[in-house]
Design a protein around this ligand. Structure first.
Ligand SMILES: [Zn+2]
Ligand SMILES: [Zn+2]
Length: 301
């Protein structure tokens, strides 16, 4: 029964920790979502940050003028910068994502927004090889957002100021992460409950035992059949062996005696009570203590 309990606790512990580790591993891959804010209209356009290049700040972000390079709207070649602090709005296709970002970086852009003219889904832009030379952030826009921003940027004659921000919105995490979260939340609670239960159990066990320094201070005498009184026990109530002459006996404050090794082990590993009268050896009533002490002193060798 005891073994069964231990096994089930182990399984419960495994149940608690496995999804947690799984969750931590998967959460490292959490897709970061960003947004473009058009300052003139306060409209926001969700987008996705590239896997390469620097990330955006969620508080300050990147402020600049969103402009399409007229020489090459795909950003596949270096262009003349239209103004300072410009954010390049380029079309997907023609060359790789990272080539577009490199070209726009070399064209003086402070950030790049790559829009998909055909697809409505979001893509995380990856780049093979070394991308440590890229120091400007880049985001991917799905078809709807790309077309809306392109329309707005070309609608007014003056450059349109935008703010690129990073948002880590848990509502937009993939469904898998949410499912894992649902499993992990009770696991965390269960782990916490299990640990606090074990700590309470250990604390209680400690409270039930007598400290070694108190036990070692209790009186000891040697058994002598000649000197034994009328009420003195002849056998140890713990091991049920008869006392032999010269054996060391521990005398508890209640005056009950036992083999030293038997009662020391009992008090420090089982209970702090006398095995016969159940009196707590750590809290001796004043009325009992002086008399018991005197008797013990008289009995001590
Ligand atoms: Zn004994
Ligand atoms: Zn006793």
């Amino acid at each position: 029964m005891m073994t069964g309990g231990r096994i089930s606790l182990k399984y419960r512990f495994l149940y608690c920790t496995t999804p947690l580790l799984l969750f931590l591993a998967l959460s490292l891959q959490t897709t970061v979502t960003a947004t473009i804010v058009v300052l003139a209209t306060n409209e926001t356009f969700p987008d996705r940050l590239a896997a390469f290049g620097p990330s955006l700040s969620s508080s300050q972000g990147k402020l600049g003028y969103l402009m399409e390079p007229t020489d090459d709207p795909t950003g596949c070649q270096i262009v003349q910068p239209p103004c300072d602090d410009w954010v390049a709005l380029v079309r997907r296709g023609g060359c790789s994502f990272v080539s577009k970002v490199r070209n726009m970086q070399n064209s003086g852009a402070i950030a790049v927004a790559i829009g998909d003219p055909d697809q409505t889904g979001w893509v995380t832009m990856y780049a093979p090889g070394d991308t440590s030379d890229i120091y400007i952030p880049s985001v991917f826009l799905a078809q709807r957002e790309y077309q809306a921003l392109k329309y707005l940027a070309n609608f007014v004659d003056t450059p349109m100021m935008v703010l690129l921000l990073q948002i880590d919105n848990w509502l937009e995490w993939p469904l898998m992460h949410l499912v894992i979260l649902i499993f992990v939340s009770p696991s965390i609670v269960m782990t916490f409950l299990y640990i606090s239960f074990k700590l309470r159990q250990r604390q209680k066990l400690k409270q039930d035992l007598a400290p070694l320094h108190i036990v070692s201070r209790l009186a000891v005498r040697r058994f002598s059949r000649e000197k034994m009184g009328e009420n003195d026990a002849e056998e140890c109530a713990i091991c049920l062996e008869d006392y032999m002459d010269g054996e060391k006996l521990r005398v508890l404050p209640c005056r009950h005696t036992f083999h030293t090794f038997c009662v020391d082990a009992w008090l420090t590993t089982q209970k702090k009570f006398c095995p016969i009268c159940k009196r707590d050896i750590t809290t001796v009533p004043d009325s009992v203590h002086p008399e018991a002490t005197r008797t013990i002193m008289a009995l001590q060798l």
